[in-house]
Design a protein around this ligand. Sequence first.
Ligand SMILES: [Zn+2]
Length: 406
Amino acid sequence: MFDKQVTYKRNIVKHLYFAGELSCADLSTLTNKSVPLTARMLNELIGEGTIVEKGYAVSTGGRRPLMYSLKPDLMYIVSVAMDQLVTRIALLDMHNNYVGEVHSIDLPLAGNPNALRDLGQHLKEFLKQAKVPKNSIIGVGVGMPGFVDVVKGVNHSFLKVEEGNSIISYLESVIKLPVLIDNDSSLVALAEHKLGAAKDRQNVMVLSIGWGIGLGMVLDGALFRGHNGFAGEFSHIPIFMNNKMCSCGKSGCLETETSLVVVAERAVKGLQEGRVSMLQGLSLDDMEATSNAIMEAALKGDRFAIELFSETAYNIGRGVATLIHLLNPELIVLSGRGSLAGKLWMAPIQQAINEHCIPKIAEDTEIRISTFGYQAEIIGAAALVMEHYDTLRLAKSKTAGDHQVV
Ligand SMILES: [Zn+2]
């Protein structure tokens, strides 16, 4: 498809995107190519305006190597982060900086036959307003909840397409750019593993706390997807005898006692029953505003709001205890929308682990809050595009023939 040098250069670009800065020796090791060949490619990439020299690395005793990084405005990625209620669209550069505003759209997915068409229209509109040339955008990464088949490009839960069609081909026909899709929790895990709190770790459980409790599993250094790609349905493990109906149609799932929806429902009920709190006028009609208000109140020290998170976090911890027993992870990362509540999650989760885990198995498992937080899915959608950068069909530029990058 591409000649060897183009493939190698794209591979270098990919490694620099994920690492930020690398030396010639680092790149030679990572790509398994000789140092002279790597040095020649780096010189060509500098000449082409793709990469820049970043000066010498901090000394570790020997000769300090010259470091290279990607030019941030080299090219751009459109990231789409969907959850069941809200879709965010952002344009990111090669250093994962936002270019312009993040567009946030109310786009309910459950029972919405127009969801895919609406997404296509919003993307088209977003691209029309983007402040960069379209041929500098290499692709669109889309994260979405549900059972996503990334190969066939379909979602078995939402954004339904007719038999034989795919979400990918539909969106590509509307926006004329390469599109990649994946499950939202997998993208949160990808962001954390490649660029965030789980970087360079081998066995990590990345929880995505939102309208459900998503899970991305990094096992032996790679994202584990299971036989059909549906691994990690943490939200639906049956650990409660509460007779509460779950969104999946079963009852007693982890999600029935732990999502931000549950936090909001308990908050509204508590206030109706006269609980004292700085929270006022909450409504379940605007779930996003309500859950943000509760997180804000909890961070300001509101006792009732903190209690809501403690109860939820303890229940998440019961689920985490199961994960620790099964998979012996070195790290649990709390990510996603709910991680904005930060440290409030940590102590109750740890408490549940203390109560429910065999100490020997849990003693080396660390819990960390994501530094990406609510941005993790957006970063993950961009990382998804860059993961496939070496095989991506790039847009043709009328002025420069093939895409001018590499
Ligand atoms: Zn369920």
